[in-house]
Design a protein around this ligand. Structure first.
Ligand SMILES: *[C@@H]1O[C@H](CO)[C@@H](O)[C@H](O)[C@H]1NC(C)=O
Ligand SMILES: *[C@@H]1O[C@H](CO)[C@@H](O)[C@H](O)[C@H]1NC(C)=O
Ligand SMILES: *[C@@H]1O[C@H](CO)[C@@H](O)[C@H](O)[C@H]1NC(C)=O
Length: 429
């Protein structure tokens, strides 16, 4: 009986010992977690002397700039967030637990800081932080140092300035802090981390991040309390890559302007001018309709490219008006008054004298093209203008409304080339 009892006690001791050494059922990790979580209250701030503040270090690394939404005034970022603090309750003597000096807890089990993004723009979640946002486990070492690191996608409100679009530079702020602990209870610090981008940073196609700075600050949450709240503000400076917009908006509209200018080179009698310029005007309207889909609905400022397109449209409308005027003058009957003749001959005496000498082909020298390509309408031309061959010596017959309109074409062509160059230089200069 005695020996059996000794054996049983011996076996008991062995099994107890095995439990610590690590049998198939338990390990040291079990024991540390079980011992630490016993009577643990996760709402108690992890400081032994309750009045001291918890220092939480924060680091934010950007892995991708997902979207900059001008319309909704939002910026979406994929980030890597690291928070570290010291939990004075979660310490153990590692030599008592098989030299195990690091274990993990889920954020639901222990105290975690409720650091969240203040300017959260995500309508699906109310709190962009805390255990609902950062779902990874917390690694704790035997000294109580907690490291909570994991990915998070933030959607932050950011006021966009549209004036310079598409050459704009935007500055967005991401402010992090606690909603419930004042700075005397929870103090934020910056993690000593020189890197601003995660190692697998993905570049954005339409934005270039030019600068990221982090600063510690304080906020009073609308003067709610007698203490301030600690906050960390990350400031992101970024520049839009404008090639896309230049390529798909600016190039076609400049081409349309040049085409509209060339309408002055079309012969009046071809009857194509008005239709041609009107078509270009419609094409411009289509481009103007595209712009609002990129921009927020705001009247605070006008984007450069928008102004440019609008000015281009006004120019084309003016070109259309000028064309109508030229047409009206061309088909006017009778002889132009003296002052118009003087006005037209002003500036090119040489041409005038040459025209007077060559009198037979004078009338059609203005529009030789119409004569050469004369079909049914062209036949009428030499008949009408053929008369000057008989009445050639009179100066009055030489100067017709057609000549005035040709001169006007030239003048308008030059004026509009200058006007569009000036307009383009002013909007982009
Ligand atoms: C840890 O435990 C070992 C053995 O029980 C002991 O010698 C040592 O002093 C302890 N260390 C601390 C810091 O308590
Ligand atoms: C980033 O911004 C900070 C603060 O405005 C400034 O001191 C620093 O020179 C900037 N760095 C670059 C590369 O622009
Ligand atoms: C809180 O911060 C503001 C500046 O943001 C400062 O003017 C004010 O004195 C601070 N209040 C306390 C109690 O520290």
């Amino acid at each position: 009986m005695k020996s059996i009892a000794v054996v049983v006690i011996f076996l008991k001791i062995i099994s107890l010992f095995e439990g610590y050494v690590g049998s198939t059922k338990t390990s040291f990790e079990h024991h540390i977690r079980a011992d630490l979580l016993k009577n643990y209250d996760k709402k108690v701030r992890p400081v032994l002397r309750g009045k001291r503040e918890v220092e939480v270090s924060l680091a934010l690394r950007i892995s991708r700039l997902v979207k900059v939404d001008n319309k909704e005034q939002l910026v979406v970022l994929d980030t890597w967030v690291i928070q570290t603090w010291r939990n004075e309750f979660l310490t153990w003597n590692s030599s008592e637990y098989g030299d195990l000096n690091r274990i993990h807890f889920s954020p639901e089990e222990i105290w975690v800081p409720d650091v969240a993004l203040f300017n959260n723009g995500d309508d699906k979640i109310n709190l962009a932080g805390g255990p609902t946002k950062f779902v990874t486990d917390i690694s704790v070492n035997d000294k109580g140092r907690c490291v909570w690191s994991g990915p998070a996608t933030f959607k932050a409100n950011c006021e966009m300035k549209v004036d310079e679009w598409p050459f704009d530079e935007q500055t967005c702020e991401l402010a992090f802090g606690s909603y419930s602990y004042g700075k005397n209870l929870l103090k934020l610090k910056l993690f000593k981390d020189k890197r601003k981008f995660a190692t697998r940073f993905v570049k954005s196609g339409d934005w270039e991040i030019t600068n990221i700075t982090a600063a510690l600050g304080e906020t009073d949450h609308g003067n709610c309390c007698r203490f301030n709240f600690s906050e960390v503000v990350y400031t992101l400076e970024m520049k839009r890559k404008s090639l896309y917009y230049m390529f798909y908006l600016f190039t076609p509209t400049s081409l349309l302007t040049i085409l509209a200018l060339s309408s002055f080179l079309i012969h009046v009698e071809s009857g194509e001018r008005i239709g041609f310029v009107t078509t270009i005007l419609l094409a411009m309207t289509v481009f103007l309709l595209l712009i609002p889909s990129f921009l927020p609905v705001t009247s605070d400022g006008l984007p450069i490219l928008g102004i440019n397109l609008q000015v281009t449209m006004i120019l084309i409308a003016a070109i259309l008006f000028a064309n109508i005027f030229v047409l009206r003058v061309y088909f006017k009957e009778g002889t132009p008054p003296n002052w118009i003749e003087k006005f037209c001959s002003f500036g090119n005496f040489k041409k005038e004298s040459r025209v007077r000498r060559v009198n037979v082909s004078q009338a059609d020298s203005n529009y030789p093209l119409a004569l050469k390509s004369s079909t049914t309408t062209g036949i009428e031309m030499p008949e009408c203008t053929g008369t000057p061959a008989f009445v050639q010596p009179t100066k009055v017959q030489e100067f017709t409304w057609q000549r005035v309109s040709a001169k006007m074409d030239l003048v308008f062509f030059v004026i509009f080339i200058i006007a569009s160059s000036v307009a383009y230089a002013l909007t982009f200069g």
